[in-house]
Design a protein around this ligand. Structure first.
Ligand SMILES: NC(=O)C1=CN([C@@H]2O[C@H](COP(=O)(O)OP(=O)(O)OC[C@H]3O[C@@H](n4cnc5c(N)ncnc54)[C@H](OP(=O)(O)O)[C@@H]3O)[C@@H](O)[C@H]2O)[C@@H](O)CC1
Ligand SMILES: Nc1ncnc2c1ncn2[C@@H]1O[C@H](COP(=O)(O)OP(=O)(O)O)[C@@H](O)[C@H]1O
Ligand SMILES: [K+]
Length: 448
């Protein structure tokens, strides 16, 4: 996968703070820019493979990185030209420009392109969309090989705003840390393959990409109940709850009960009528309860959610169960698994990037929130965030969310911290989906 696993993600504000810490620790910003430009040059050298390179430089420090990269490329003997949008505006960029001894062309419609374009126009400092004229000019380069320095110029690095589409990159070299734009729609697909240049910034690890999923093998002392017991409550569409129950078993729960369904998805799932639900909730061995898959809003759902909340057990709440439980969730251990529509219904007041919205929802509810979709975000009430881009688009099919809810139940029932459980479930889901690939249907995720 192109985005590194478990890599730090910093907003532009966090990036500036990290930069200041670095400077306070004795590494000058000029040194950081030299490292950034050197990393970009090294990548451009390999991408160009001897072909000419055109570096597009903007007025800020992203442009500064571009001048450094151009100098480094020229020193290695590459054929390199520079085109600038404007004179450098920062001291650092001016200094980098001064050390570039080649010519600087104006970025115009008439300029000749090159086989490799290094896009160093704007990075995390872009505060407004590109003008139409510049956006149009950049579109002329579409089809060339493009290396975006830090982010494709024109995207909001913090991921909250959907600006004019940038020039799509083949490779984006994130500097120091990934930014939200590398892992959120709509910007992430424009990054192409994202690589990370560690330029020596000590990045906070509160927000990262998804860690690599590694299934833990049970040890010799394990028995079925110590692996975790999960209760899945079925509603009027028991097939969905069946998928969740089967997924719980497949994701490692030792014992799974499907309450309120006539048919078990696997022989090992205990399917029973709904009468025993209250009794099952009282079972001291019960590690997690899953409510929501295939269960529309209504009095029956409210009653079952209320009973689950009263049990005090760790909960996985999906679909309509999220809004049903929300007002009474305080202090419970819970994972909420909304897709965008369910999120908007449950948390209508939150705006900003998907990361900001997920964080706000986790903080308000006190639960771990998995905001599903192509750019799935997992957020904890304490501010931790994991971003799952790139996921597996074959998951865009009915029932896969039910499978994820069941997997969350299994991971929670193991006794994990709910954020770690949610992250593990999302990782498990993607790994299984990738192994299946084309033609995936939800049932494939639970079969052998
Ligand atoms: N953090 C780090 O550790 C390191 C960071 N480094 C690099 O610095 C980059 C951030 O640099 P940055 O902050 O100088 O901002 P940048 O992205 O170059 O753009 C700002 C400039 O663009 C201008 N401008 C804005 N919008 C505009 C528009 N629509 N149309 C036209 N102009 C517009 C804006 O002007 P203003 O808004 O003031 O009018 C300002 O002049 C970062 O991404 C990375 O590449 C590395 O060197 C080393 C370590
Ligand atoms: N384009 C996509 N790329 C990657 N994953 C996706 C995409 N679309 C949906 N998914 C994932 O598929 C699952 C769909 O869940 P959901 O919408 O609740 O479906 P259902 O309710 O039918 O089970 C979620 O885990 C979501 O993150
Ligand atoms: K850029």
């Amino acid at each position: 996968m192109s985005v590194p696993a478990d890599a730090p993600i910093l907003t532009s504000e966090a990036m500036r703070a990290a930069e200041a810490l670095c400077a306070a620790g004795g590494t000058s910003l000029a040194e950081l820019m030299e490292r950034a430009g050197a990393a970009a040059a090294d990548l451009a050298w390999r991408m160009a493979a001897g072909a000419p390179v055109l570096v597009l430089c903007g007025p800020g420090n992203n442009g500064g990185d571009g001048y450094v990269a151009a100098r480094r490329l020229a020193e290695r003997g590459a054929s390199v030209r520079v085109a600038a949008l404007a004179e450098p505006k920062t001291d650092l960029a001016r200094a980098a420009r001064a050390r570039w001894t080649g010519g600087v062309e104006a970025l115009t419609d008439e300029m000749a392109p090159a086989p490799l374009i290094a896009d160093a126009l704007f990075g995390v400092g872009l505060t407004r969309p590109l003008g139409d004229e510049l956006a149009e000019r950049l579109r002329r380069f579409a089809g060339r090989r493009v290396l975006a320095v830090d982010v494709p110029s024109g995207v909001d690095a913090d991921g909250g705003r959907d600006w004019t589409p940038p020039l799509p990159a083949d490779i984006t070299l994130a500097l120091g840390a990934l930014k939200p734009a590398h892992v959120l729609l709509p910007a992430a697909p424009y990054c192409g393959r994202t690589l990370l240049a560690g330029i020596g910034i000590a990045a906070d690890r509160g927000m990262t990409t998804l860690p690599r999923f590694v299934g833990e093998a049970p040890d010799a002392s394990t028995h079925k109940f110590s692996r975790g017991m999960v209760l899945v409550r079925a509603g009027p569409m028991p097939g969905a709850a069946g998928l969740a129950a089967a997924a719980a078993l497949r994701a490692g729960a030792g014992y799974v009960v499907l309450s309120g369904a006539a048919r078990a998805p696997f022989s090992a799932v205990i399917a029973e009528d709904g009468e025993g639900y209250a009794g099952r909730l009282d079972d001291a061995r019960l590690g997690a309860v899953v409510v929501g898959p295939g269960y529309p809003a209504g009095a029956a759902l409210d009653r079952d959610v209320k009973a689950a909340l009263a049990s005090g057990k760790p909960l996985v709440l999906d679909a309509a169960a999220i809004a049903s439980a929300l007002p009474k969730l305080g202090g419970m251990t819970a994972i909420l698994t909304p897709h965008e529509g369910e999120f908007a219904r449950a948390f209508p007041d939150f705006g900003g990037s998907k990361i900001e919205r997920a964080r706000a929802a986790a903080e308000q509810s006190g639960a771990v929130v998995i905001c599903k979709g192509a750019d799935t975000i997992v957020a904890a009430p304490d501010g931790r965030v994991a971003a799952a881009w790139p996921g597996c688009p074959w998951l865009a099919t009915a029932g896969t969310g039910d499978v994820l809810a069941g997997a969350c139940g299994a991971m929670l029932a193991h006794g994990r911290d709910p954020f770690d459980a949610a992250v593990a479930a999302v990782g498990w889901h993607i790994v299984r989906a990738q192994a299946i690939g084309p033609g995936l249907v939800a049932d494939d995720l639970i079969r052998d």
